[in-house]
Design a protein around this ligand. Structure first.
Ligand code: AMP
Length: 171
């Protein structure tokens, strides 16, 4: 984990003053670190019967797809409004900076699915909690949520209730 931590780049005041952005592109750029992050994100959920990984636009697509392939699961994208071509469900939520909404195809999940949420980072937990709400509304079971980074001081994990939360790095 120290190897991954050493490659996380802090960008001060991005995308706005007061935010220290955790840039994971150097981790993605390194083949060994990308593989390590994928394996470690998936590790606690190998025997959990995950059928679908849910990933949020945009960095959740990268880590989420890799974890889905690692677990032999499918992948469902949660996208910003207006991007998905078919009928959608939408949820609005607050961010560490600003507010946003995400959409999911209405037929993406069924009650038989076992869902793992994957994103690069959990801050306030607003994005993840909104995403889990979309998944839960479909009747699917929530297996857990996995993040490369958790910003512990923002308490995002509390926003996810009793969901099993796994994070590789803590700040
Ligand atoms: P939140 O909804 O507050 O948990 O914010 C999580 C989402 O915002 C994730 O999709 C992150 O990619 C992004 N995000 C929030 N804060 C940061 C940060 N300090 N560095 C990088 N990404 C962040």
């Amino acid at each position: 984990m120290e190897q991954i931590a050493a490659s996380v780049r802090d960008i001060v005041d991005f995308p706005q003053p007061g935010i220290v952005f955790k840039d994971l592109t150097p981790v993605m750029r390194d083949p060994a670190l990308l593989r390590l992050a994928t394996v470690e994100l998936a590790r606690p959920f190998r025997d959990s019967g995950v059928t679908v990984v849910l990933g949020m636009e945009a960095r959740g697509f990268i880590f989420g797809s890799l974890v889905a392939a690692e677990l032999g699961a499918g992948f469902v994208p949660l996208r910003k409004p207006g991007k998905l071509p078919y009928a959608t469900h939408r949820v609005a939520y607050d961010l560490e900076y600003g507010s946003a909404a995400l959409e999911m195809h209405q037929d993406a999940l069924s009650a038989a699915d076992r869902v793992l949420l994957v994103d690069d980072l959990i801050a306030t937990g607003g994005t993840a909690s909104a995403s889990l709400q979309l998944a839960a509304n479909s009747g699917a079971s929530i297996v857990g949520a996995a993040f490369v980074i958790e910003l512990d001081f923002l308490g995002g994990r509390q926003a996810l209730g009793n969901c099993r939360v796994h994070a590789l790095l803590h700040y």
